[in-house]
Design a protein around this ligand. Structure first.
Ligand code: MRU
Length: 348
């Protein structure tokens, strides 16, 4: 069955990804034929954002099964390993691969191909539904008539549709609850300036783009009433890995008494890790900092430290919003109750 979202087009037997490296200047769709293509697209940032990475890995595995003369889970192990090695921090990648392996079980041949394909499609569809629920839960938390600050891109491009943090913003705007959005540009990849501002402008949601270093000044001036961000991995105690710079914003929000809200589907929760010190933080090439869109902005051999993510301790988080509801002031017992308890949206 064909499923098309903002950055992921599934045609039933072929995957196309919108090359997010080239937005907003160009709209280019790249074909993905199997696990090697999917892993390369994830590693090279053609597709990015935790849920979109998981969806891509799932389709990559389903496509790989089609390429094999006699597909079995055992024969797919190298493909699973290749996909798992593409990026380390977003747990959705590993969650999707684990779910696909459970689905595969002992099946083989056409039955296996069919089961993997149906499950990848379900992962894609379920993510959109999760984001829509998160949007409703999260919008209710935002102060009325305020402005929201967001970081990186957590929108339709980063997910199966609607978005996590940006989904909350979309829903809140549609309800007339917020006045507008400040988007941090998010160096070094500029997901904020290239992607978030583009998504919000396309939806006619008032957005003001700022350099990342402007956040403290804005809060000091009373121009931001809430910070809403996404997540790449949330550990059992609520510690949250997200795009580098998120921790800075949490400290600033705490200092200024502004709610700091994290939005992520349950597939981003990693209760197997006790706290954020166990999260593997991806380090990327220094060239990403020494240049901007191919233009050199630093001495050629200047040493660079380029972690792609940081960890915000749970103590700085006002609420985590998932499709199951809201965890206010997250801690270990609330997070585990949220995962294992009824999905009724109550505040835990
Ligand atoms: O390096 P990226 O662009 O994949 O990082 C993305 C983020 O940090 C997002 O905030 C996170 O994945 C949530 S996307 C809904």
């Amino acid at each position: 069955m064909a499923i098309h979202s903002a950055a992921i087009r599934w045609h039933g037997d072929l995957l196309e990804l919108l090359d997010q490296r080239r937005l907003p200047a160009e709209t280019v769709w790249l074909p993905v034929h199997g696990s090697d293509d999917a892993a390369a697209a994830i590693r090279d940032m053609v597709v990015r954002g935790a849920p979109a990475i998981g969806i891509t890995a799932a389709y990559g595995l389903a496509l790989e099964a089609r390429r094999q003369p006699s597909p079995t889970l055992d024969n797919l192990r190298p493909a699973i390993d290749t996909l798992a090695a593409s990026r380390p921090t977003a747990v959705n990648l590993f969650w999707a691969l684990e779910r696909m392996q459970q689905t595969a079980g002992q099946q083989q041949g056409d039955a296996l191909i069919d089961a993997l394909t149906r499950d990848a499609e379900a992962i894609h569809r379920e993510d959109l539904a999760a984001n829509q629920r998160m949007g409703a839960f999260g919008a209710a938390l935002l102060p009325e008539n305020g402005a929201v600050y967001t970081h990186c891109n957590t929108g339709a491009l980063a997910t199966g549709g609607h978005g996590t943090a940006l989904g909350i913003i979309r829903t809140a705007w549609s309800q007339g609850r917020i006045q507008g959005v400040f988007a941090g540009e998010t160096r070094p990849w500029l997901q904020g300036s290239r992607l978030t501002s583009w998504e919000l402008l396309n939806d006619n949601i008032p957005v003001t783009l700022v350099a990342d270093s402007t956040a403290g000044h804005l809060m000091q001036q009373g121009k931001v009433q809430a910070v809403v961000v996404g997540a790449d991995r949330i550990t059992a105690n609520g510690d949250t890995a997200n795009k580098i710079g998120t921790y800075n914003l949490a400290v600033l929000a705490h200092h200024h008494g502004i709610p700091f809200i994290v939005a992520a589907p349950v597939s981003t929760l990693d209760p197997a890790l006790p706290d954020g010190s166990h999260i593997v933080i991806e380090e990327r090439d220094g060239a990403e900092v020494r240049s901007i869109q191919g233009k050199t902005v630093a001495p050629a051999h200047c040493p660079v430290y380029n972690p792609a993510f940081d960890v915000t301790p749970a103590s700085l988080i006002s609420a985590i919003v998932t499709e199951r509801g809201v965890i206010e002031r997250p801690d270990r017992s609330k997070l585990l109750a949220h995962i294992h308890g009824p999905a009724d949206g109550v505040h835990w």
